[in-house]
Design a protein. Structure first.
Length: 601
């Protein structure tokens, strides 16, 4: 919900893409649709892993290119740095008016949680903090009741959390792209901690030391000098440098029960400090040369360490059972989003995740899925959603509790991931929306294209200022458009076909239309409904195409003679039609060239 303010761009997108095969081969019956509008409709897979093993990497590159094209800058200009500066400026303004009334009211969704990254508990262990992709920080009970946003004044998302201090609690939130902020007033205002030298480019991890309620460790990459480890002794308000890694390859770990010693995997060598980073002792080394690494460990053992190391293009799991002195290979990892977590109480229990969550009970020698991604749709309360940005094992009330962060909210497990419970079915408003369309006939009828939570429609009037939504079909959808602004016929884009939604106020999925053949277009191509024909839409590619929906999955395209690559660029990325004169149109290519037409294109 908090991400719906970024309707066109969601930087943390990991989405589905259609395959070039007969439609029936790329669809799956939607188990949940028995009680949803459009019941009985088929649905595309919500992840891109139905392609080959390399599809994730290829499509991730396509996403990055798509995002880069939307942020064109002069040569040598870093648009991410500009965004960080803009975010800081807006955050300072929000801090100044933090307690004034907002002109915006959030409406939904309150029952379709999107991507979460992390879970953390305060020193008292009596509540739960959750960090989302672009929806900031949320707080609720340990079982996910009473969720409420506490970061309206925090720019960006929250990909790592630590809650230190006692009175007050000090919340530290980090993002993958390097934002580090803290709040000591329950999220009303957020501030930049002091002591960090240089511009932070990326954040790796933040952890509170259980040995001291005011001690926090933070690993970031600053400028081009590689990763550095900082320590805070005032709950995250200020930091001192304790270790320069001189490499971008590294991670750290703390005992999650008693804290104290801090371990750093520095490239492929494990080091430990027993005096809060003042002095370091080398333990052992992984027997391989690595380019990336993720470190975890189980407090059971000496401790028992696990390291996921990227060697060439392959992720491999290594283990040390003697406190990091020697390491052995355990497993080749194929489905990995750099999410790795070991049990606190069982040295042989370790899990990694990517599109699905994989669990080992034999020290990483073998792994089994917790559940297949598609099982979620038949039982969202007890089956994990696809895609895992995070997994945390927390020590709460003298026992371990796992929290799994997915593209469909946050899950809790009290039995070492043998089973899970969805604690985000109500109130955790972190859906991410590419596009929304409110019917001109009824402001309570809203259709939304989400990131990995499907094509959604509202179910009626808002309740307590929030709407409930249902997923009519899974996947990722954008550019919702209709000829007259109603929901009688709505077109939207999935990365692979055009979706047709019909019926107001009883919606249904009525068609999945192929893209124009032999064309080039953006990763999520732009479409616009024809204002003169409710069954037609325009499709932006190297040429402008008009799709005439024939019913069902049938579409007939007519194509403009204009080749939009003539003046540079690869394809059109947007189209506008003048409301007062439909013959007057304007279009733009991915290279920034602007075209106009006075004859209807």
């Amino acid at each position: 919900m908090r991400s719906s303010r970024m309707l066109l761009l969601c930087l943390s997108v990991l989405v589905a893409i259609a395959v070039s095969r007969p439609l029936g081969e790329r669809l799956l019956r939607h188990p949940e649709s028995r009680s949803a509008p459009g019941a009985g409709q088929d649905m595309p897979l919500p992840t891109i892993h139905r392609l080959d093993a390399d599809a994730e990497r290829r499509n991730a590159a396509g996403r990055r290119q798509w995002i880069q094209e939307m942020h064109r800058t002069a040569p040598g200009t870093d648009w991410l740095a500009i965004e960080r500066t803009n975010g800081r400026t807006r955050q300072e303004r929000r801090n100044q008016v933090a307690r004034t009334d907002s002109r915006w009211t959030e409406l939904g969704s309150r029952n379709q949680a999107g991507r979460m990254h992390v879970a953390a508990v305060p020193v008292a262990g009596d509540s739960l903090y959750g960090g989302s992709s672009r929806g900031g920080v949320w707080k609720g009970s340990l079982d996910g009741e009473g969720w409420r946003p506490i970061s309206d004044n925090l720019f960006g998302g929250s990909h790592g959390l630590a809650v230190a201090g006692i009175s007050p609690e000090v919340i530290t939130s980090i993002t993958d792209n390097g934002q580090v902020r803290y709040s000591e007033d329950g999220g009303a205002t957020w501030h930049v901690p002091s002591g960090i030298i240089g511009e932070i480019q990326a954040s790796k991890r933040v952890m509170r030391d259980p040995a001291d309620p005011d001690r926090v460790y933070l690993m970031v990459r600053v400028n081009i000098d590689g990763k550095v480890l900082y320590r805070s002794d005032d709950a995250g308000r200020s930091y001192v440098l304790v270790l320069q890694l001189d490499s971008d390859v590294g991670d750290f770990w703390l005992d999650r029960v008693v804290g104290g010693d801090v371990y750093v995997l520095r490239y492929n060598t494990l080091q430990v400090s027993v005096d809060q980073g003042e002095n370091w002792t080398t333990l052992g080394s992984l027997p391989v040369s690595i380019s990336r690494v993720v470190l975890s460990a189980s407090e059971a053992g000496a401790p028992t360490f696990y390291a996921a190391a990227k060697i060439g293009g392959q992720w491999q799991l290594y283990r040390s059972v003697d406190g990091g002195l020697s390491w052995s290979f355990r497993y080749d990892i194929d489905d990995f989003w750099e999410t790795l977590c070991a049990s606190i109480v069982d040295a042989d229990l370790v899990a990694f995740a990517g599109v699905e969550l994989w669990r080992s009970t034999d020290g990483g020698a073998s792994f089994l899925r917790v559940n297949r991604w598609w099982e979620y749709y038949d039982d969202p309360e007890h089956m994990l959603h696809a895609d895992f940005p995070g997994l945390d094992c927390l020590w709460i009330g003298s026992r371990e509790v796992f929290y799994a962060a997915t593209d469909g909210g946050l899950y809790r497990s009290n039995n070492s991931l043998s089973s899970v419970n969805n604690i985000s079915l109500f109130g955790l408003g972190v859906s991410q929306y590419y596009s929304t369309l409110t019917s001109v006939n009824d402001p309570n009828l809203v259709a939304a294209g989400s990131q990995d939570q499907g094509y959604q429609v509202s179910t009626g009037p808002a309740k307590n200022r929030n709407w409930d939504f249902v997923q009519m079909i899974s996947g990722d959808y954008g550019h919702l458009t209709s000829s007259d602004g109603s929901h009688n016929i709505v077109f939207s884009v999935y990365p692979g076909f055009v979706l047709v939604h019909t019926g107001e106020p009883t919606p249904a999925i009525s068609g999945m239309l192929d893209f124009p053949p032999g064309e080039s277009y953006s990763w999520l191509p732009f479409i616009l409904a024809d204002p003169d024909d409710p069954q037609a839409y325009f499709f932006c590619a190297t040429h402008l195409h008009r799709g005439d929906w024939q019913g069902g999955d049938a579409v007939q395209y007519s194509t403009s003679d204009q080749d939009f690559t003539e003046a540079g660029g690869s394809y059109l990325t947007a189209l506008g039609i003048a409301p007062a004169d439909h013959q007057r149109r304007i279009a733009v290519t991915n290279s920034g060239r602007i075209w106009y037409s006075r004859d209807g294109g």
